[in-house]
Ligand binder design. Structure first.
Ligand SMILES: [Zn+2]
Length: 306
């Protein structure tokens, strides 16, 4: 073989390879919205298999003749929903019911994944319960209440490592305070494919609200604050302390919330979308948590179509 020709062929092959790699990288960068300017990291979460994780734009389809009456919505609400509070190293005065150690969260997320669950977004969950939109097999909704700093520093990286998504219910009075999420961190959670909901202004028990001004302060304004921050609608509430009653629901609806999450009480037959059930998670092991999930949300498949 002519040596010059050999080197030319190798140089061409190398150039093609470089172009393919650079081109591929550009495509990936374009797809993930990441910039070469050192600004935002790739924002589309992926599953372990490298597929795009669910986002608010890919809610399932609604099969024909799907029932949307209250009984059907309650039956569909057997999708497990977990409620976490703070995630950070424990101190002596902490309650294991409200603080989860980062290493415990690792164990729990691994156990959830090993048990075959797929995390879903808030939009996917609501579209399923409300309208019967389809979900991936073994769906689960992870929610984190209050808006403490650990949700960004501890929770987000652990979710991203595993290609998982979660929902964060933010109390707006603490935004930017020490040990709490900043506005930018809430924006980054949202941009990373996580879901954001409201948790009132200052963690007020909404059953104690009386005046129009109170409802505005605790329900309408926090929703608007978050919408302005994120540039898209925020329509889901988590009741502080899980407390709610029938007389407060019309106010919650008027304030623009299409659904609301409580804690472990049964869903209300009259207001199923505003009494969605969750189980609280603290320091239990991953194995215990999976047992609890199976106990609280038995996998039944009620025949709802038709
Ligand atoms: Zn709370």
């Amino acid at each position: 073989m002519n040596v010059d020709k050999y080197f030319v062929r190798r140089a061409v092959a190398l150039a093609v390879l470089v172009l393919a790699v650079v081109g591929g990288f550009s495509l990936v960068r374009a797809a993930f919205g990441g910039g070469g300017d050192g600004a935002a990291p790739p924002t589309t979460p992926t599953t372990a298999a490298g597929e795009p994780a669910p986002t608010s734009t890919n809610v399932g389809t609604v099969p024909e003749n799907t029932r949307t009456d209250n009984a059907a919505q309650i039956a569909r609400a057997n999708v497990p929903v977990l409620c976490y509070h703070q995630v950070r190293p424990m101190t002596a005065s902490d309650s294991a019911a409200y603080v989860t150690e980062p290493s415990t969260l690792d164990d729990q997320l691994d156990a959830i994944k090993a048990a075959g669950y797929t995390t879903i977004t808030l939009d996917q969950y609501v579209a399923h319960i409300k309208d019967g939109a389809t979900l991936p097999a073994k769906p689960i909704l992870l929610t984190f209440d209050d808006g403490s700093e650990g949700h960004y520093t501890q929770v987000l990286p652990r979710l991203q490592e595993r290609g998982m998504v979660a929902t964060f219910f933010i109390m707006t009075v603490t935004l930017g305070n020490e040990n709490w999420l900043t506005r930018e961190q809430v924006q980054e959670l949202d941009a990373a494919g996580m879901s954001i909901g409201s948790h009132t202004w200052d963690h007020h028990d909404v059953t104690g609200l009386r005046t129009a001004k109170d409802f505005r302060t605790q329900l309408t304004e926090p929703r608007r604050t978050l919408e302005k921050l994120l540039g898209h609608p925020v329509t889901v509430l988590a009741y502080p302390f899980g407390l709610w009653n029938r007389s407060v629901v019309p106010h919650v609806e008027r304030a623009g919330y299409t659904s609301a999450f409580q804690l472990a009480e049964k869903a209300d037959p009259r207001y199923p979308m505003h009494s969605i059930r969750r189980i609280a998670v603290g320091e239990e092991s991953g194995a215990d948590l999976v047992r609890q999930i199976r106990g609280a949300f038995p996998a039944t498949t009620p025949a709802l179509a038709s």
